[in-house]
Design a protein around this ligand. Structure first.
Ligand SMILES: Nc1ncnc2c1ncn2[C@@H]1O[C@H](COP(=O)(O)OP(=O)(O)OP(=O)(O)O)[C@@H](O)[C@H]1O
Ligand SMILES: CC(C)(CO)[C@@H](O)C(=O)NCCC(=O)O
Ligand SMILES: [K+]
Length: 259
């Protein structure tokens, strides 16, 4: 079985792929001081809780935080005797090389989203991922990542308001009842919610204007479904797109004899 690990700047997600489906998905805060032993205690406790006895043979990691990779490598080696594939490292092959400015290190999560989305939908896509940052990845007709957009994440924007303004509380994003807020929290929620609806619309429409073929828009990340409630922003929403991309890249490396 394949253990897929997706480390974002906020959360780290583990998911076990048995070749047909994901058996379970575990989430923890990304923390570079966490040791291999700590990962294992957390992981095995949850395996027991779910009644799963996974036989992990392979591990693949995508990490936007370089510092956490070391301990995850030790975790894979010590407990599963596996040498993990790490997306973005030279020994991890990608189905399609990105076409970007020389010297650019594209975020591994964006490369993984690209591979997952192309596998499911073919090319000519915009993948919108609502994580710590809100990213737009443009997937060309042939499956290559050819660039995109990085905007501040939704929760980051709310947190920035709270941090910078003494009278603004910490709030969670939600779809407000109306645009005109009649209390502080409603005003902030309206600003962020409708602001992001506008941001996503405008960026997608301008990407479409610069691109020479029709494009489909795929939404992913925890908040995609919240924004889909507003108006139709996405052609589809897929919560497991990053995990699916990790299985695609793993299979590609197996087939193409990276090991
Ligand atoms: N209504 C909501 N309000 C605030 N946060 C929400 C809401 N719904 C989902 N979330 C958050 O969305 C997050 C899931 O998103 P996702 O895993 O895509 O990104 P992330 O973990 O925030 O970022 P990264 O992947 O960059 O670490 C979870 O942290 C979850 O708490
Ligand atoms: C933009 C984030 C933070 C989104 O997770 C990540 O993909 C990243 O660190 N990217 C590096 C820069 C780039 O993708 O061009
Ligand atoms: K993510």
């Amino acid at each position: 079985m394949l253990l897929c690990i997706d480390c974002g700047n906020t959360n780290t997600v583990f998911s076990i792929w048995n070749g047909e489906r994901f058996l379970c998905t575990l989430r923890t805060a990304t923390e570079h001081t966490r040791t291999a032993d700590q990962y294992f205690v957390w992981f095995s406790t949850l395996m027991q809780h779910h009644g799963i006895r996974p036989e992990i043979t392979d591990v693949i990691i995508s990490s936007t935080v370089p510092r956490v990779v070391f301990n995850l490598r030790v975790f894979a080696d010590r407990f599963f005797n596996a040498r993990p594939l790490v997306v973005g490292k030279p020994d991890c092959l990608l189905p399609h090389a990105p076409r970007v400015d020389q010297g650019t290190n594209v975020g591994p999560d964006r490369l993984v989203n690209t591979a997952g989305a192309f596998d499911r939908h073919g090319g000519d896509l915009i993948v919108v991922d609502f994580g710590t940052a809100t990213t737009f990845d443009v997937v060309a007709h042939d499956g290559a990542y050819i660039g995109g957009v990085i905007a501040p994440g939704v929760n980051l924007s709310l947190e920035a308001l709270h941090m910078a303004a003494a009278a603004l509380p910490h709030v969670d994003v939600t779809k407000p009842q109306s645009v005109i807020g009649t209390n502080t929290v409603a005003c902030m929620q309206s600003g962020v919610f409708w602001g992001y609806v506008g941001l996503v619309r405008e960026i997608c429409s301008r990407i479409r204007g610069e691109y020479d073929r029709p494009m489909r828009i795929i939404g992913t990340g925890g908040l995609a479904s919240l924004f889909a409630q507003a108006d139709v922003l996405f052609d589809t929403i897929e919560d497991d797109l990053t995990m699916h991309g990790l299985t695609v890249i793993h299979a590609y490396n197996k087939e193409n004899g990276a090991e």
